[in-house]
Design a protein around this ligand. Structure first.
Ligand code: SF4
Length: 343
């Protein structure tokens, strides 16, 4: 029996009309004052006509140098502004087939039901003082760009090794007018006709290398056995050494329920029973790979929960994952204060 037959792929439930305002996307340049600094020393002639202006490098801790803070703030502001503009014109515009208010496979696996509802209902993040932010918007965007780099290089290297990897659906146009990524749409809104559950994957491996130099013959046999018959979904991630070690030790399922949920949901809806997960360690450029099989019960649980969130009115309808606000799992939640102030 086809295990996918048990999955409700359509999410036929109704959804309430009306949506909350999107979170503010930030000004072009963060208006953060620079730290008070000591009086600048005079520029020094070092011989040969070269003058070093020590006012730009006056502190011993690089993080405290005014030029570091100044440039970082200007770059962060510009990066965040342009990323927000691109988002508004693209995915955030609600153009194309996908609803503005939707659940993406990338976070359908969030452990906390209420947090998923906060995200779906587009409740603005709690306000935090700039110094209390865990990462700046610029840093966040640079993390995302390094992920795109890891993805595009990995696909290049797979192709050089003889794999056929499709990163686009041949002949189809995406929501932004560019090539369409492999993925799925589900949960159509009967009022707007747009999809409220969607996911994309980085690629689909449609063919393994036919032959390799003799010294790799055993490796190819191992890969064929692990992969089974293509197609197989491919998903790329990048990581720091610390995160990479965790994945290597415990595997994707236990290391990150969000990633695992993303892959299970995509397998369910794309009807592809296997994923190759690749993770590139950006500290030492080593890879971690894992073949993940489809788990129909797990995927069905996530899809059922997503349907409940889509048909809800407020995050308050969902239980918190923690018994107290001091729970470590709430520490980085963007709605911590809002969550614990409500019933
Ligand atoms: S603060 Fe904790 S319980 Fe509340 S939504 Fe966030 S993760 Fe869930």
């Amino acid at each position: 029996m086809d295990p996918l037959a048990a999955i409700d792929l359509t999410l036929k439930r109704d959804v309430p009309k009306g949506s909350k305002k999107s979170p503010p996307l930030g000004p072009p340049i963060e208006d953060k004052p620079t730290k008070a600094s000591k009086p600048a020393p005079e520029p020094v002639e070092t011989g040969g006509g070269q003058v070093i202006d020590f006012s730009l490098v006056r502190d011993t801790d690089p993080g405290d140098r005014p030029v570091v803070g100044a440039l970082s703030r200007i770059l962060d502001g510009a990066i965040a502004y342009h990323a927000a503009e691109r988002y508004k014109k693209g995915r955030g515009a609600g153009n194309g087939q996908v609803a503005k208010k939707r659940i993406g496979a990338g976070y359908i696996g969030l452990e906390c039901d209420r947090q998923l509802a906060f995200k779906y209902h587009k409740i603005p993040f709690d306000e935090r003082a700039p110094e209390d932010e865990f990462v700046t918007k610029g840093e966040l965007q640079r993390h995302a760009e390094s992920g795109h780099w890891a993805e595009s290089k990995t696909v290049d290297w797979f192709r050089e090794a003889g794999f056929i990897v499709e990163t686009e659906v041949p002949g189809e146009i995406g929501y932004d007018g560019g090539p369409k990524q492999h993925g799925f749409y589900a949960g159509v809104d009967p009022v707007t006709g747009k999809y409220r559950l969607a996911g994309e994957v980085d690629g689909v491996i449609t063919k393994l290398p036919e032959s390799v130099p003799e010294e790799f013959a055993l490796d190819l046999a191992t890969i064929r056995e692990a992969f089974g018959e293509p197609p197989i979904i491919w998903e790329s991630k990048k990581a720091t050494d610390k995160k990479w070690k965790k994945f290597k030790k415990v595997g994707v399922r236990d290391a990150d329920p969000k990633y695992f949920g993303q892959l299970q949901t995509c397998m369910a809806h794309m009807q592809v029973p296997r994923v190759l997960f690749s993770m590139l360690n950006l500290d030492n450029m080593k890879y971690f790979f894992e073949i993940i099989d489809f788990d129909p019960a797990y995927a069905q649980g996530l899809i059922d929960r997503a349907a409940k969130v889509i048909t809800s009115q407020s995050p308050q309808e969902f239980a918190r994952m923690a018994a107290t606000h001091t729970d470590h799992r709430c520490r980085f939640c963007d709605w911590k204060q809002s969550c614990w102030e409500m019933r």
